[in-house]
Structures are given as C-alpha cells and as structure tokens.
Design a binder for this molecule. Structure first.
Ligand code: ADP
Ligand code: MG
Ligand code: MG
Length: 869
C-alpha cells in the first residue's frame, strides 16, 4: 500500500488523503511553482499508526526512507551530511485546517556534525548555531513537551550576563554555549541524550504529529466544530529554505485579495532576515507587501504573478506563505483565504465580473448565515481596537448597540421618549417586556439560551441581544447590576455586540449596513435561481416594511397575539379573558376590534399584492393576565370586582401544561366570539384597503393547532359565516382562504382528511418538533446541550429540523395533503424557515414557501437558491 506521496505525485483533489496543506503543496509543485521538495505521509498512515498501537509500521518507515532519498537527490544534499546537510521541516496538515494540532518543526536534521556543515556551506557560523538552538528548543517542546521556559531562562541569563538587549546580539560563542546547555536540559528532562541521528529525529517528529491528532486541544476543537475524529492528519516533510540568511532573505504571508474588504489587491506582510513564524509572532514589526516592491522589485513582480495565477487556478482568494532565500522566491503554502462576510460577498461578485467564476459558483460560495452580519449595524473597527470586553454571553441576536441601561420595559419606553438610546437589562425577558425590547437599541439578559424568549424575540426584531450572560448579576429592584464586582446603575452606558456576545463599558461608534451594490447583486442572482418562495413572520407594519426591504414575498405568519400586549390594549384583552358572560366578552371584544382592524390595514398597506397569512389567537390565555399585585389590583378596580375574586379567576386559568393546554383552535372552539371578532377585523380591513388603495388583497386566515378535521369543520363554519356577514354588510367582494397550521403530529398523519377542509397548510415546525419529540421548547435547553455532547442528537432540533423524524412528519403531511388537493399551497413558519439546512430539506419536500423573521429573509433567499444548485 502507498502510504507516502512525493509532492509531484499528489494533487489538490486528494485533500482527504494528503491533508489540505499537502494536497496544495502537490498541486503547486505540479503547476510548476517554486515549492521546496518534499513528500506527504498520508492520513491513512495516521489511521494505521493508531491501529499499530501508536507506532509507525515498517512499511511506512521504508517508504519514508525512500522518499527522503529522492529529496536528497533532488536537492543534491544529504541528510546529516557534515559538508552540506539537508534540513527539513515537519508540518502537520489535516483535511480540514484545524488549530490545536502539533506545531511545525523547522531545521530538522541538525546535529553536532551537520551544524558544522551548515556553517561552512553558508559561511555563516552564527546562523548555523542559531538554527541549531532553535531546533533543539522546538523539537523538545513539540515532540517531548519539555517546558519552553527552561530554554527561555537560559537565553535570558545569557543576555543578562552579557548585558545584551536583544537576541540578535548573541555571538557565535554565546550560541555554542547555549546549544550545550539546551542539550543538557534535554538530557535531564528526557533522560536520554538529544537524538543525533537525523533519521531518528524524523521518525520521532512524524510520530509526534500523528499523536497530536488525539491531544486534548484537538479533540475539543473537533467536538466544537462537529468534525469527525476518524479523519486523521497527514504529515508533510519538506526541505528547508532559509529566510534568515541575511538581508537578501525574508519570509511573509499574503492574500491575493484583501480578506477584510474583498478589494482585489495583494494584501500581506513580510520580514527581511527572518524564519518561519517570526512574522506572526510579532518579534519585529513586519513591512507591508507593497514595500517588497521597493526592496526587491523582481521578486515582488514574480510573487505578484504567482498569486494571480494561484487565484486563477483555484478560482478563489488565496492565503499564501512564502520565503525568499538569497533573492530566490519559494512558495510554502496556499489555501483558500479566510475572510469576513463583507469580503466574501465583494470577492464573489467581482470574480463573476472578472469571468473567474459563474453566478452559481458565487451563490454557493457565500455561507447563507454569514449574510446576517451584513444586515445589522456593526462596531466601527478603528474604535474597536481600544475597546475591552467586560464579559461575554451568548451571541443571541446580531448587531451592535450602545446605550444607557434601564431595567424595566416601562422605564425603557420613558427614556426613549426623552430621546435616550437604551439598553434593556433583565434577568430574563417575558412577553411583558416586548415594548421595552422594541424601543431599546439592544437587550442584555443574565439567563436563558439561544432559544430563550429574549433571543427569539430579539432576532425577530432584528435587534442586538446578548443573552445568558452568567457574569451579569442583575438586581432589578435596586436597578443595578454587577459584572465581576464592578457596579452599573440605571443610566450608565454600555455597549453590546450581539454577533460575538461581548459586553463593553461605555459607548462605541457603530456603522450602518449597506444593502445595495454587491449585496443586491447577489440577491438578484439568488432570486433568478430559486423556486421556493420566501415569506416573513411579521406582526406590525414596521416589521413588514423591513421584510419587504429584505425581499419578502408575503407574510407567512402574522401572530395576532403580539398585538394584544400593547399597553393600551392589554386592559381590554384582560377584561375579555376574565368575562363571566358571553355578553361581557363581546363588549370587550367590541373595543379590541377597531384596534386589530387598524393593525391589519397597516400591514396590508405595506404588503399590497403580496399574500398575508393571519393566524387566529394561539397562546394560552393566562399569558395575558397580570402577575404583579399592583397590576391585579388595578385590573380588579377597573372591572369592579374584588381583588380576591380576581385572583380566583386568574388561578382558575392556570394550567399545569399550558403548551398542551387550552390554546390554539381550542380557544376559538370554546370562545367562538374571539374568532368572530378576529375574522371581522381581517376581512373588514381587507375590503377597506382594497377600496382605498385599489389593490386586491386576498387574506389567508390560518387556524392554529388543529389536530382533527372536525375541529376545522366547526371553525371554518364560523369563519365563513362571519366573512359572509361582513361582505354583505359592506356590500363588497373578496377572495380569501381558510387554512390551518400542521403542528400536531395527528394533523400531519391525517393530512388527507384535514385537506378536505383546509385550503392551505403551514407547518408550524416549532410545535411539531415539541410535540413530535415530546420536548418542551421552554425547558429542553436544560438537557439538549448534553444530548449533543453525548452525540445522542446531532444538533438542536429546534434550530435545524430533525429531517429523519419531524421531517418525515412534514413529508407525510405534504404527500397526504396533496393527495386530497393536488394544488394545495404549503409553507412552513417558525424558526426552521430561516435555517439554511432546513430550507434545503423543505425544498426537497416540495413546499411552496418558507416564512422566517424579517432579518432572515435574505438568508432564506440565498439558501433557497443553493438548494436548487
Ligand atoms: P501552520 O500550519 O501553523 O501555518 P506551517 O507548517 O505552515 O504551520 O509552518 C509554520 C511556519 O514555518 C510557516 O511560516 C511556514 O512558512 C514555515 N515553514 C514551514 N516549512 C518550511 C520550510 N520547509 N522552509 C522554510 N520555512 C518553512
Ligand atoms: Mg502555514
Ligand atoms: Mg404553534
């Protein structure tokens, strides 16, 4: 079996076998770039190494020997030679770039003899001994975990004794002494002499790379990023070139385009007379790559041409390592450059213009969720340099915001009224905080996860939110919080970065997003490609407007209950809920009707011809009732009942399992008056807006939480009668649809029956997941993390749909539904509608549209295009 590949035997497509670094070194060798000779020990050899109980098999060792001989011939040097030694680097490289793996060892092959050879050959004894002492330190640290400080102490002592300021003042004699001391340290720590045989050095180094695949850092990294533990790493052995041979040598790193902005201009840094990672280590301040043009114009020109060719070859922005040895250029690594979302967008769009890639390739190149970063304000980068984070919570909703802290919704609203910028700080938020969240620039909570109320609502609002920030101790009563002992009171200014979860003291300048230009271009391409429609979940004209601006093609979910929490309306809503007779309830509903109608009119006016799906009241009623003593008292006064009586009624509405309780269509079945009022509001508003604006709104009335056809039959009757009444009263005309949400498993598996009554379906995948798994959405956070850690679940099913289970319910629902009504319009609303992986699934399942919060609309548009490609 072939375990080892010379660079000239490999190619870029063999990343799984040769690792990313090795595959690209091979590719560059084959297209004729100046790459130092070398070979790659494969990831399969890594697996074999573990099969053999962490040992290299004889076969692998023999193949390594053979390849070493080839490099010796190619370079005309010999490993361990006393006259002109071949030195190599040993570099790890897995298929997916992974920090935490073993560091690279440079200058391997030096020993007491070859160091003399190196000195003679280069006529630079100091350089030779400096390389040797670096090698001993690197090898000891990396291969045998001898603590670095032991070596650093020796170096510091030497400098102190001689009164030197910097390493460069060390003389050859000093370095020779240091090498002896280093070898002594090695001997003491390892209880063996420093290996003098280059072959032994090489074998130990290769072993160490393979072992590092399973060090704690690497395992943790793979766990966090969901990477397989069985891939293994490859090892690259490559002949050394020296950037530290004098002032005609150097080393650097460059990107073929600017990785921060995407600008098509070489971007990078280098250092003259330096080796390996001196550039990133920050020992000296590097020069910009442009300056290389002044120092070595010919090398610069050659390098520029190579970077351009590499980009053309890989059709992507490259991140390139290079070294110049005595005026000769060598390329040591290339890979697709990591870039910001901004840069990714600009580069992709411009590359299409340059004819480098196709529109489809550009669409596939952008990670849909990364668009999120482009839709929100961000902190000004120059100001960020000085900012120091106080603490970090969960990056619950992206964006950047500064403002004065307030602790209640009420005070937040008042402060905004006075023209202040506000950050709402709460232990956790509840529906009562909606208004405060709505006016605040950002939201900070001490508790709750990525799907907590604060996180979900903030994302929906496109508002910056940092949630579950443990170190923030909130005392809502005293109106203060502390972070690591530091106290903040009402009115103090802080800043939040919802994309990183960081919290800062004071205010930081923000920059507004730009949605035209490249962004608009990419979105246009996405729209040309996709077939899945994208709607939005919006409850207000403002949200609707935002969503339309982001390209929403309709509203897939308008939650009427959000309209009920408004400070002015909630008293009437409460009266309606607490009514003892139908008459009382109708009276209260009478007052709510004009408000609801006005809301719908506002939304219709924004949406115009675009479809609007309105869901009838869904949550359990007790969510609307007051909790605080003072509020209860106020309400009982207002309704003219005793406070005891009021508490009794409130208690009677309490449920043990509200999410499985008296909610959804069950409310309308027991209180049909509510459905009548809502239908009236929806229809009256539509008729009026059609007349006023000359549009043709066709409302879609959606009944939530149905599990049975009979529930729908009953309610559809009520809705249709109401619509007929209204149409007759108004002497108007109107087309409309009555449909249902499929969110109860029973509904999914009886979708053929349901479709006899329902004119459209919308999958409520949040509830469908909750009920399909039997996981409470509000409490599952407590154990889902562990399910994922223990690989019982691959990911949070509330974030990305569980395709095998809940997804199957969706497929069954689609198939059965369309059996009854072959043109049944089917969509999905809920968090999954904005998740790229779920969108791909919904496309395959044959849905007509997805609906997501306004700020996820562009993400869904791109993901829907990618689903087709
Ligand atoms: P990493 O994956 O951490 O970047 P690398 O294997 O790329 O590690 O190497 C670390 C540094 O050593 C880089 O600056 C690289 O250019 C340099 N280097 C690696 N191999 C050689 C070599 N054969 N000659 C000169 N420099 C090398
Ligand atoms: Mg590198
Ligand atoms: Mg639901």
């Amino acid at each position: 079996k072939k375990w080892v590949y010379l660079f000239k035997e490999g190619e870029a497509s063999k990343k799984a076998l040769l690792g990313g670094k090795g595959a690209n070194l091979a590719e560059m060798t084959n297209i004729g770039l100046p790459v130092p000779y070398g070979f790659t020990v494969t990831t399969e050899a890594c697996a074999e190494f573990y099969n053999q109980g962490e040992k290299l098999s004889d076969e692998i060792k023999a193949q390594v020997d053979e390849c070493m001989k080839v490099i010796e011939e190619q370079s005309g040097k010999k490993f361990g030679d006393i006259n002109d030694p071949l030195l190599v680097s040993v570099r790890s490289g897995a298929a997916i770039s992974m920090p935490g793996m073993m560091d690279t060892i440079l200058n391997l092959g030096l020993n007491d003899d070859s160091v003399i050879g190196l000195a003679t050959k280069t006529e630079n004894e100091r350089f030779a001994y400096d390389s040797y002492r670096r090698f001993i330190q690197m090898f000891s640290d990396v291969v045998l975990s001898v603590p670095k400080y032991l070596f650093e102490n020796v170096l510091d002592d030497a400098k102190e004794e001689n009164g030197y300021e910097s390493d460069t003042e060390l003389t050859t004699e000093d370095l020779k002494k240091i090498v002896d001391e280093y070898k002594a340290i090695y001997k003491k720590e390892v209880r063996k002499a420093f290996p003098q045989d280059p072959k032994e050095q090489l074998e130990m180094a290769i072993n160490a790379v393979f072992s590092s695949w399973n060090n704690a850092r690497a395992i943790t990294y793979r766990n966090i990023h969901n990477l397989s533990h069985s891939m293994g790493t490859a090892v690259n052995v490559q002949s050394m070139v020296f950037g530290n041979m004098g002032d005609d040598s150097g080393t650097g790193v460059a990107f073929s385009r600017n990785p921060a902005t995407g600008e098509n201009k070489l971007f990078g840094e280098f250092l003259m007379n330096a080796q390996g990672e001196d550039v990133v280590a920050g020992i000296r301040t590097p020069k910009t790559i442009d300056e290389l043009g002044d120092i070595m114009p010919e090398v610069y020109a050659q390098f520029k041409e190579i970077t351009e060719n590499l980009e053309k070859h890989y059709k992507d922005m490259q991140d390139i390592e290079f070294t110049i040895e005595k005026g000769k250029l060598f390329i040591l690594q290339t890979r697709n450059g990591k870039r910001t979302a901004d840069a990714a967008l600009r580069a992709a769009v411009e590359m299409v213009g340059e004819g480098l890639i196709t529109k489809n390739e550009a669409l596939l190149r952008i990670e849909p969720s990364s668009l999120d970063q482009l839709l929100h304000p961000t902190f000004d980068e120059t100001t960020m340099v000085e900012a120091e984070a106080l603490t970090k919570g969960l990056p619950a909703s992206p964006g950047a915001a500064s403002g004065k802290v307030y602790f209640t919704a009420h005070e937040a609203v008042a402060a905004v009224g006075k023209g202040e910028a506000v950050i709402l700080v709460r232990k956790e938020t509840s529906p009562e905080d909606i208004e405060g969240m709505n006016v605040a620039n950002g939201i900070l909570t001490a508790r709750g996860g990525m799907t907590s109320h604060a996180a979900v609502v903030a994302r929906g609002m496109g508002k910056c939110c940092v949630a579950g920030c443990d170190e923030v101790r909130v005392n809502e009563e005293a109106k203060e919080f502390t972070i690591k002992g530091e106290k903040f009171v009402e009115g103090d200014t802080i800043s939040l970065d919802g994309s990183t979860g960081k919290v800062y003291k004071g205010s930081i300048k923000t920059v507004e997003p730009n949605l035209s230009g490249n962004f608009a271009q990419l979105m246009e391409w996405a729209d040309e490609t996709r077939t899945l429609k994208v709607r939005t979940n919006a409850d207000t004209p403002v949200d609707s407007e935002t969503a339309v601006r982001f390209g929403a093609e309709g509203i897939g979910l308008c939650r009427t209950e959000h309209m009920f929490f408004d400070e002015e309306r909630i008293p009437e809503v409460r009266k309606m809920i607490l009514s003892e007779t139908v008459e009382q309830r109708k009276e209260a509903l009478e007052k709510i009707l004009p408000m609801q109608k006005a809301d719908f009119k506002g939304i219709y006016k924004v949406m115009k011809e675009r479809p609007v799906t309105v869901r009838l009241l869904d949550p359990p009623l007790h969510e609307f009732l007051p909790q605080e003593e003072a509020d209860i008292k106020a309400l009982s006064d207002d309704m003219n009942v005793s406070i005891e009586k009021m508490k009794e009624v409130i208690n009677s509405l309490h449920e043990f399992n509200p999410m499985l309780g008296h909610r959804g269509c069950r409310l309308a079945i027991t209180y049909p008056e509510i459905a009548v009022m809502q239908t009236r509001a929806i229809i009256e508003a539509a008729i009026e807006v059609n007349a006023e604006e000359g549009v043709c709104i066709k409302p879609e009335i959606m009944i939530p939480l149905a599990g049975m056809k009979t529930e729908l039959e009953y309610l559809k009757g009520i809705v249709e009668n109401t619509v007929e009444d209204v149409i007759a009263e108004k002497d108007g005309k109107l087309e409309y649809l009555v449909g249902t949400m499929i969110e109860i498993p029973r509904a999914a598996v009886t979708a053929d029956e349901i479709a006899e009554v329902s004119e459209f379906f919308s999958f409520g995948t949040n509830d469908l997941t909750q009920m399909g798994f039997g996981f409470s959405r509000d409490d599952a956070g407590k154990f889902i993390g562990e399910y994922i850690d223990k690989e019982i679940l691959p990911r949070d099913p509330f974030q990305s749909i569980d395709q095998a289970g809940i997804g199957k319910l969706v497929e069954i629902g689609v198939n059965l539904g369309r059996k009854t009504r072959n043109d049944l319009k089917i969509g999905v609303c809920g968090e999954h509608g904005g998740d790229p992986e779920s969108i791909d699934f919904f496309y395959r399942a044959g849905l007509d549209y997805v609906s997501c919060s306004p700020y996820r609309v562009p993400i869904a548009r791109l993901a829907a295009a990618q689903a087709v490609l």
